[in-house]
Design a protein around this ligand. Structure first.
Ligand SMILES: *Cc1c(COP(=O)(O)O)cnc(C)c1O
Length: 430
């Protein structure tokens, strides 16, 4: 469920007119719904309540400080993958005890900072990293809490670029070598190997991968305990899918039904790292039509949101619903099925101004006839949208707005051309 609805022929975010936000703040513009963000976090909290999990919002999904603050206020911890993300989580007042640190390439400086902040868990991905972390912990006179990130070698589940638990990707320890590696660290007094971590990939629209992953985790936990490691944490990562095309996502409850009994059986503390599930459907990206044109037998809608604002379509072949914010008569409600052309729609490529053929938000999409100045909403853009944005083509980054009920506020101002050159001007040869 989300709080973006068409009423009386125009799109509202909660009780705020999206068109008015664009008129006030310009485009491209990201608009988020606070109620939706909180609702999705709550769904996970309620579904897994029985085992009192540590829910660590994945900062990389959308790390805007106001979103992190909202998450912290509602009880979430944070999953970070860099010193920068750790910095964000600490900036909104998170305690280290609610932070978990993932990533295949943590540097010594990152390990040191995370240890001094007493993070809850390092999700460690290689033997080399275990050695390095033990060394840093030793020099600091502390014990590093570690979950071994395992690549469980499951069948492909999602796009190759976002599948993290198939054989041959860089993530985790190969499931066939975990025990051998863990054995070497039984007597390592500056590490406590106390958990298993699996982040299976994203977005996942079935419980099956979790079922398969957990079955493998169970065996591993038993074996690691036999080796003498005090395993007490099971971290199942993130990955819960969302609605991109229609209502394809599973409720949090469905995942809980698979994960909760296993956690109880293993006697572990559960950690979850949801990102997309919380933020994805809580944001839209707004773009304004600059021109339309016909070329090579195709129709193009050129609007001002581009691949530098939202790279998912070209990077992952992702599908995002798109519909006018104030649709023309007869098109007041977006279609249930976007594959199925509605009467009077035109098949268009929705593209941006960036100088790349890969700069598109949708291809061969059926939309109502559009005119210069019309506003388009790109839905389900709250996750991996702004977070993956860039300044390519020297385009200042979009502003971000948070709506709550009838109110809204800017949570990131629009970048200016001076922002683009700020780190260079002092170095111009004079
Ligand atoms: C990206 C990531 C997540 C969040 O994934 P979602 O699909 O957005 O829930 C969680 N854990 C790890 C380790 C990740 O890399």
């Amino acid at each position: 469920m989300d709080h973006f609805q068409y009423k009386a022929g125009k799109l509202l975010c909660e009780q705020v007119s999206v068109q008015e936000l664009a008129d006030t703040y310009g485009t491209p513009l990201y608009v988020y719904s606070a109620a939706t963000l909180v609702h999705h976090l709550r769904q996970i909290q309620l579904a897994f309540k029985e085992v009192d999990p540590l829910i660590c919002y994945s900062v990389k999904t959308n790390g805007n400080l106001s979103i992190l603050q909202l998450m912290r206020e509602h009880g979430a911890g944070f999953d970070v993958t860099s010193n920068g993300e750790l910095h964000r989580a600490l900036t909104v007042g998170s305690s280290g005890e609610k932070i978990v640190f993932a990533g295949v390439g943590k540097t010594e400086a990152e390990q040191r900072r995370a240890l001094s902040e007493k993070v809850f868990l390092f999700n460690v991905e290689s033997e080399a990293e275990l050695l390095a972390l033990a060394q840093v912990a030793k020099t600091m006179g502390v014990i590093a809490p570690v979950a071994l990130r395992v690549n469980p070698d499951l069948p492909p589940k999602t796009h190759a670029k976002t599948d993290t638990s198939v054989k041959g990707v860089k993530f985790g320890l190969d499931i066939h070598s975990v025990l051998e590696v863990a054995q070497k660290f039984v007597k390592q007094s500056n590490l406590e190997i106390c958990g298993i971590h699996m982040h299976l990939g994203s977005p996942i629209l079935s419980v099956e991968p979790y079922r398969q992953g957990i079955a493998k985790a169970k065996t591993l936990v038993a074996e690691l305990r036999k080796q003498g490691h005090p395993i007490k944490v099971l971290n199942m990562g993130g990955g819960f899918g969302i609605h991109y095309r229609k209502k394809e996502a599973l409720p949090a409850q469905a995942f809980a039904e698979v994960i909760v009994p296993a956690v109880k059986e293993m006697g572990c503390k559960l950690v979850l790292e949801p990102g997309r599930f919380i933020a994805g459907n809580a944001g839209v990206l707004l773009g304004k039509v600059i021109y339309t044109k016909e070329s090579g037998g195709k129709l193009f809608v050129i609007q001002d949101a581009a691949m530098n604002d939202l790279i998912r379509p070209t990077l992952y072949d992702s599908f995002h619903r798109i519909w006018p914010v104030e649709p023309p008569k007869g098109f007041e409600v977006p279609p249930e099925d976007y594959e199925c052309p509605g009467e009077g729609t035109l098949s268009v490529d929705v593209v941006g101004p960036v100088c790349e053929s890969g700069d598109f938000l949708a291809k061969q999409r059926h939309l109502p006839p559009l005119n210069q100045g019309d506003l388009l909403a790109v839905f389900s853009a709250g996750a991996y949208g702004m977070a993956m944005s860039s300044n390519y083509n020297s385009r200042p980054r979009a502003a971000e707005i948070m709506v709550s009920g009838t109110t809204h506020r800017v949570i990131r101002r629009r970048e200016t051309c001076d922002d683009l050159i700020a780190n260079e001007v002092e170095y111009i040869a004079k």
